[in-house]
Design a protein around this ligand. Structure first.
Ligand code: ADP
Ligand code: MG
Length: 700
């Protein structure tokens, strides 16, 4: 039976076919339900009246009470506008209309008391209200808007057709009136009772027409909770389904390779965080269920070593493993550091990338298929169908956000019957709340501790007037023998200009340091040549690397301890943090210098301040998410999850999210298949979500 809310929006009194079409096209509002779930983005307190003398142009919407003393049409034909002088006992202000001038003029009366509602703006040094809402006292009483009036996002097209926030507000008031007693509850009664939630009907009514702040708070909580709860329930249900469906290899022995390496070859003590994570992984791989674990840790926190220990564990249990890195240079780096760690252990490590020669490739393929080769490191080349493993038990994916979901899924299939354990490593920390959603079906481990002896990178922010001092500082550092990165932004829309900046910068540096070898690297270079330049810098043949963001990815040059970032205001926060991660890898004190123009916006300023304030990737990620909203955070786009949350905000509602997740988890623990009577409604919702949403299960 169709529900009341399923009705076509055109049948709502006052809407009609034309406006229905507009609502449909502009806001995807097709039904009563769509409308009632179209929430205000803010509220205006309609109980508060300002005096005209108090008004200034920075104010948001305000309400004043008074009378029009004079009204006239000014300007000619197309530029015609209606101008009214509005008084209260403190002064006067101009009211202006550019549209429906004639109609407005006929309908407004002089010396009659109006309540005027609008946003003050500054026009040639004088204040006015453009297209204010005019209501008489009687009108206000006839159609009460509630103490707080909701404000709704509308589009330019809608405004042109007079479909404003106020119109939507009216539709909502009509709708909640009609919907009384007809809105079906979507959460089970026992749950509502237990959590003391507002009923759905009350919540939806209140969100559009709040009578007081307490009701509004409760309504908002109920709606946010529900939105997040359904998602978490779905993620957790899928996770438990996957775990019961897919078996996993059991790595039960801690054997010769792991122990020998740990006791005799590990050159240092693991950090506490590394130990904890290794334990978490060992628990995962020892319970017959496929591991799907995300390992988050700032650059330099020692993720590779954790991966290596896990690979040795796989080996001890007779399984092959691989590390997949997003670029050739990163694959090489992993190869080198893993080979170095394993020196003397008599374990062969393979490297397979795009530039592996056909002959070598063939040998690798054979050794993998026969099981002779136990550890393979490489790039995408690993996923090609020709690569066949004898017994792949573990896949480590580095810098996960650079791989698409499909690519990861392909790796799963590298072992026929039972999928390999998956360890995803990322150096882009994402806030916990976001991880719970984006990677909600992965278990998350965090390395939140750097190896001892690292000195935090010193970060400064300078304007152009300090250029000379900066160059002097660089000279001192060069004399001490360090290497330097100088990074320029690259924004594709004006590539030419960016390139010019880079070349100018290069010239400038060349002039300032005529006797120093300099490399220049940018995205336009042939990959081979770029590699070569990077290698030269790494080998210390060149001392300064002038580059665009191509160096962002985990290149490791411990001797490079200074980074200058030009036009730093043009970089995103997570990008700045990634870049800074290139320095601070050696024993020397490292520095990061952010150069910016004088004119920077508030957000840029916040980004630079944050960089100066902290080195903590999670802290930075939190700030980033608050500045940009979660949908823009690196790593979320690729996840394939739409962030079209209607009311909850992952940046701000972390507490509610956690609560929702715990609630969902508790319910599933007691009733894994949601088969109990009291959870029937939840099962129904879950099934309904299934076909419309992203297929969460395909996140590896
Ligand atoms: P990540 O991959 O997390 O960026 P790496 O694994 O590359 O970090 O580690 C950075 C450096 O720190 C490497 O040179 C590594 O050998 C070293 N390292 C890792 N763990 C420790 C530790 N517990 N103590 C000292 N140095 C460590
Ligand atoms: Mg790394």
């Amino acid at each position: 039976m169709p529900e009341f809310l399923d009705q076509d929006i055109k049948f709502l009194p006052g809407v009609g076919p034309k406006r229905a079409e507009l609502l449909n096209k502009e806001l995807s509002i097709k039904t009563f339900r769509d409308l009632i779930y179209y929430f205000p983005f803010k509220y205006i307190d309609r109980t508060k009246f300002y005096r005209i003398a108090e008004i200034h142009s920075q104010m948001p919407y305000i309400q004043i009470k008074g009378k029009i003393r004079a009204i006239e049409t000014v300007g000619v034909k197309n530029k015609e506008r209606l101008s009214a002088r509005f008084f209260d006992d403190s002064g006067s202000i101009e009211l202006v209309w550019f549209r429906s001038v004639k109609w407005q003029k006929e309908n407004l009366s002089l010396n009659k008391e109006y309540i005027v509602f609008g946003k003050p703006s500054d026009f040639n040094g004088k204040l006015n209200l453009v297209h204010p809402e005019m209501e008489t006292e009687e009108e206000m009483q006839l159609k009460p808007v509630g103490l707080f009036q909701g404000y709704y996002v509308t589009t330019e097209k809608m405004k042109n057709k007079y479909l404003t926030s106020k119109t939507i507000n009216k539709f909502q008031l009509t709708l909640i009136q009609l919907a009384k007693g007809k809105i079906r509850e979507t959460l089970p009664e026992p749950l509502i009772h237990k959590l003391k939630l507002t009923s759905l009907e009350k919540a939806l009514t209140t969100i559009h027409k709040p009578e007081n702040t307490i009701d509004l708070k409760n309504a908002t909580f109920r709606l946010k909770f529900e939105e997040l709860f359904h998602i978490q329930l779905k993620i957790l249900a899928l996770k438990s389904k996957r775990e019961s469906k897919f078996k996993g290899f059991k790595f039960e022995h801690v054997g010769y390779n792991f122990n020998t390496f740990y006791k005799d070859f590990l050159p240092f003590e693991l950090t506490g965080a590394q130990k904890r994570v290794v334990k978490e992984i060992r628990r995962d791989v020892n319970r017959n269920v496929q591991m799907n674990r995300l390992l988050q840790g700032d650059v330099g926190s020692g993720k590779t070593l954790v991966a290596l220990l896990t690979m040795l564990l796989a080996m001890d249990n007779g399984f092959q493993s691989c590390i997949m890195a997003p670029t050739e240079i990163l694959a090489q780096q992993h190869f080198q550091s893993v080979s170095q760690f394993l020196q003397g252990m008599n374990i062969e490590v393979g490297l397979l990338t795009g530039s592996t020669k056909t002959k070598d490739r063939k040998i690798l393929h054979e050794k993998l298929e026969s099981g002779e080769l136990q550890i393979l490191i490489g790039t995408h080349a690993l996923i090609e169908d020709v690569v066949v493993f004898k017994n792949l038990g573990l896949v480590v994916i580095d810098e996960q956000h650079r791989f698409g979901v499909a690519q990861r899924a392909k790796l799963w299939q590298k072992n026929d019957l039972i999928p390999p354990h998956i360890l995803v490593m990322t150096a882009t920390p994402i806030p916990r709340t976001l991880a719970m959603t984006v990677y909600g079906d992965l278990d998350v481990s965090v390395i939140d501790e750097l190896p001892p002896g690292r000195k935090p990178v010193q970060t400064w922010h300078f304007f152009e007037n300090k250029r000379k001092q900066v160059l002097n500082f660089l000279r001192q550092q060069l004399e001490k023998g360090t290497q330097i990165y100088i990074v320029y932004p690259l924004i594709s829309e004006s590539e030419k200009m960016d390139f010019k900046n880079l070349e100018d910068g290069y010239k400038q540096i060349k002039e300032a340091f005529p006797d120093v070898e300099i490399s220049m690297v940018h995205g336009k270079l042939k990959p081979n040549f770029k590699e070569k330049m990077m290698q030269e810098f790494k080998a210390g043949k060149t001392r300064i690397m002038v580059a665009t963001t191509v160096i962002e990815v985990g290149v490791d040059v411990p001797n490079a301890s200074v980074m200058v970032i030009e036009s730093a205001e043009r970089f995103g926060l997570s990008q700045l943090h990634q870049l800074r991660g290139r320095v601070g890898r050696g024993a020397e004190q490292s520095y990061c210098i952010l150069m910016s123009s004088y004119k920077i916006g508030a957000e840029s300023k916040k980004r630079l301040e944050t960089m100066v304030r902290t080195n903590d990737g999670f802290d930075i990620a939190e700030v980033d998410m608050k500045l940009r909203g979660p949908g823009d955070i690196e790593g979320t786009q690729q996840s394939g999850i739409g962030f079209d949350l209607k009311i909850a905000n992952l940046g701000k509602d972390g507490k509610i999210l956690e609560f929702a997740r715990n609630t969902a988890s508790e319910i599933l623990n007691n009733d894994p298949n949601l088969s109990k009577e009291e959870n029937r409604l939840l099962l129904k919702n879950l099934l309904a979500l299934k076909n419309t949403d992203f297929d969460w299960s395909s996140i590896s």
